[in-house]
Design a protein. Structure first.
Length: 301
């Protein structure tokens, strides 16, 4: 079958909504739907209904890419492959979401984290084109990161959990105890949208640019980016998500990250051109759903 006859199904599974799309890339999305995230069976059955209905007019899907919130098991050799792993999200722990799709669709299904999916989308069509090593980080209600290492998405033992690394927490400067149910004041516990809301008693999008909250936020993000830079040596770090997309935040983050690295990574990208090292997504808020399409495309290669 030639590429131009292929049709991919993409699913971006989020905690509040699932986005489904059919197409082959940013310039060719043939149908799209948003589904409210409820119980796993109900949500996936609505996804199935959307694809089945669209297949009647558009033709059969060649492959499905499913980029989902986690933690999840993306290892096809594992007995719990395709399942959501223990999560505080009620009803979803142990849900075999890929199995539910398999009952209906007899095509290759690629399953990965939402952030690995978004990373792949940025590699295929966005700001990571041509790169072999980069990170996609989302800072929204929670924080997660996907990594592309030596030309491939990184999974490792299960998959990276970039939101849950430790950061320095100066209690004198920030007395908030942290919002992570597992670690308290990990990076996500201190810097997620939820943490901002709990610390300041208001949502991040109501905090004006001059508010001290943003200095603190930039400080925590910079600490995490410096750590990722030291550990994975990415060529670029792409930052998306509702909080990560606040326009005045990235300049602060770039400055603080460069200060923390303090010349130790001796690359002109960091020393002279950090604007090209820490960037916003090329696909805007479409990295996730287009990444799911890219996962489907990759499932056939
Ligand atoms: Zn944590």
């Amino acid at each position: 079958m030639k590429n131009n006859h292929r049709l991919y199904g993409g699913i971006e599974g989020g905690g509040t909504k699932f986005v489904c799309a059919i197409g082959t890339g940013p310039d060719n999305i043939r149908a799209e739907a948003r589904i409210h995230t409820t119980a796993p069976e109900e949500t996936i059955s609505q996804v199935v209904d959307f694809f089945k209905h669209q297949e009647d007019s558009l033709g059969k899907l060649s492959a499905i890419g499913f980029a989902c919130f986690g933690p999840l098991d993306p290892n096809p050799a594992s007995p719990t492959y395709g399942c959501i792993l223990p999560t505080p999200k009620p009803g979803w722990a142990g849900a075999n979401v890929v199995g539910m799709l398999r009952e209906v669709f007899d095509v290759p299904i690629a399953f990965d984290t939402d952030v690995n999916g978004a990373a792949l989308g940025e590699w295929r069509w966005g700001k990571a084109q041509g790169l072999q090593n980069f990170i996609y980080l989302t800072i929204g209600t929670g924080i997660g990161g996907g990594a592309f290492v030596e030309g491939k998405l990184l999974h490792g033992l299960i998959h990276p959990e970039m939101g849950h690394i430790a950061v320095k927490h100066d209690i004198d400067k920030d007395s908030f105890e942290g919002a992570c149910p597992f670690h308290g004041d990990c990076f996500e516990g201190l810097a997620s949208g939820l943490a901002i809301e709990k610390r300041w008693g208001r949502r991040s999008n109501t905090l004006p640019p001059g508010h001290i909250a943003w200095e603190l936020e930039a400080e925590y993000i910079a600490q995490a980016l410096a750590s990722y830079s030291f550990v994975l040596s990415p060529q670029r770090i792409i930052i998306g998500g509702g909080v990560g997309s606040v326009p005045h935040l990235l300049p602060k983050v770039r400055k603080k990250t460069r200060e923390l690295i303090n010349g130790y990574i001796h690359s002109p990208v960091i020393l002279e051109n950090i604007e090209s090292y820490i960037v916003s997504p090329g696909l805007g808020n479409r990295s996730g759903i287009l990444g799911a399409i890219a996962l489907a495309e990759q499932a056939l290669q």
